[in-house]
Design a protein around this ligand. Structure first.
Ligand code: ZN
Ligand code: ZN
Length: 433
């Protein structure tokens, strides 16, 4: 594997892992699926195990690389092994031990700023997707203040496909440029609006901090945040912490996160940092008290709108929600309840409480879909197994169950779960003949 540089490394504009993998594949002149399969094979070799991670195309979706699952860790490790390059800063993994709600905080779909794409091209460089665009709270490009896009302006396709062959600023479906659009002035966020500057700083800080606040696996240690919360709890009655104390105490969810058993969200950490006038990284590494008192007294700013309380308690327009949910419930490929809730931006609890019948329909339809998929796979496995033992095409292949499994695992996209029983019964029939 060639060593491909990680774009924006060490800055707030660092590239996201899915984007990096797409670009690596592009530079090796293979579709991304093929490149992932290569990484999986290398990883298996590294572990000296044969089939832990086989068939990348089946199991990996680009979206899953942004949460804390096993795949991002595996890719970071195998890329480090192959090229010596540490790409952990292209993921949210360093935050794993401290921020524990990736499903809400991270927008897993690919989003981009056409203006950034264009300016990167104009500089003669290669467009890439920035990690910061994957944070749900970032809706506008922190540099251009224009809204981020998540669908191709020409054909409406999203850009989450794993089998991409084109550069990232070209739609994988209609092959037209993703850096063109017309923005209405009203869509541009004003330059004084509260932007994601703190998040950019956070992403800049992470790769440059080491030693006592980052552990050997590259994760920010949870002790730092605990120390900051502890310091804050002891001093929250002091006037300099007034604003922060009021913020944390008046919202039930935030209160549970700070003084209860609920895990803390990135949003709460942001608010705490903003209201006590330190950087997020200082809160995360236990340096909440690092500013002088005088600085705090000067800091009497109101909470910026994006961090304001009770935003998640906005009244839902039930009619609109219902309409959106019914659309999703009728989608061409049935979706799981979790996916429906995610796409509609609603909680499962809300759907369950407000639309129980619709919820049941969604669940039933999805279960039926899964059953159908399994049935199809059983059929295909059976056909493949029968062909192996009986068709002239496989005349020269040894007629053993082990060989059949080995061969069919390579030839089809089916897993052992389906192939084994099919081969067994095809083999019985073959023996009887
Ligand atoms: Zn931009
Ligand atoms: Zn398109």
């Amino acid at each position: 594997m060639f060593d491909i540089p990680l774009m924006g490394e060490g800055t707030g504009s660092v590239e996201a892992l899915p984007s990096y993998l797409h670009r690596c594949a592009y530079h090796h002149a293979v579709p991304t699926t093929k490149f992932l399969e290569y990484l999986h094979r290398e990883c298996n070799r590294l572990h000296d195990q044969k089939q832990t991670y086989f068939k990348a195309s089946q199991t990996v979706s680009m979206r899953s690389l942004l949460t804390y699952g096993e795949y991002p860790r595996m890719y970071v490790k195998v890329i480090k092994h192959l090229t010596g390059r540490d790409v952990a800063s292209a993921t949210f993994l360093p935050l794993m031990a401290v921020v524990s709600q990736p499903q809400v905080e991270i927008c897993r779909s690919a989003r981009w700023c056409p203006e950034c794409f264009k300016s990167i091209r104009d500089l003669g460089s290669e467009p890439y997707i920035k990690l910061v665009w994957h944070l749900s709270e970032v809706t506008h490009c922190p540099h251009h203040h224009t809204p981020l896009l998540e669908a191709c302006p020409h054909c409406g396709a999203d850009q989450n496909a794993v089998g991409r062959k084109l550069p990232l600023d070209v739609c994988h479906k209609c092959e037209r440029s993703l850096s063109e659009r017309t923005v209405a002035p009203a869509e541009i966020s004003p330059s004084w609006a509260y932007q994601a500057g703190d998040l950019l700083r956070l992403l800049t800080h992470i790769p440059h901090r080491s030693g006592d606040c980052i552990n050997t696996r590259g994760l920010i240690k949870p002790e730092g945040l605990e120390r900051s919360i502890n310091d804050f709890s002891i001093r929250c009655a002091e006037p300099e912490f007034d604003a922060a104390y009021e913020y944390c105490w008046t919202n039930k969810d935030v209160r549970k996160q700070v003084w209860g058993c609920q895990s803390i969200s990135l949003r709460t950490v942001r608010a705490l940092a903003h209201l006590t006038n330190v950087d997020i990284i200082d809160v995360l590494t236990g340096n909440l008290l690092n500013r002088t008192k005088a600085m705090r007294y000067l800091w009497r700013q109101p909470v910026p709108e994006p961090l304001a309380l009770n935003r998640s308690r906005d009244k839902h327009d039930h009619g609109k929600c219902f309409q959106r949910l019914t659309e999703l419930a009728r989608s061409e490929t049935p979706l799981s309840l979790k996916e429906v809730a995610r796409r509609a931006g609603l909680s499962i609890g809300y759907i369950n409480y407000r639309f129980p019948v619709l919820k049941q329909q969604i669940v039933a339809r999805y279960e039926k879909h899964l059953e159908q998929l399994a049935l199809d796979k059983h059929h295909r496995a059976m056909q493949a197994a029968l062909r192996y033992f009986n068709s002239s095409q496989y005349e020269k292949h040894p007629k053993s169950r082990k060989q059949a499994l080995k061969h069919l695992l390579d030839e089809t996209d089916l897993t052992k779960l389906y192939l084994k029983p099919a081969i067994e019964s095809a083999y019985q029939k073959y023996q009887q003949q």
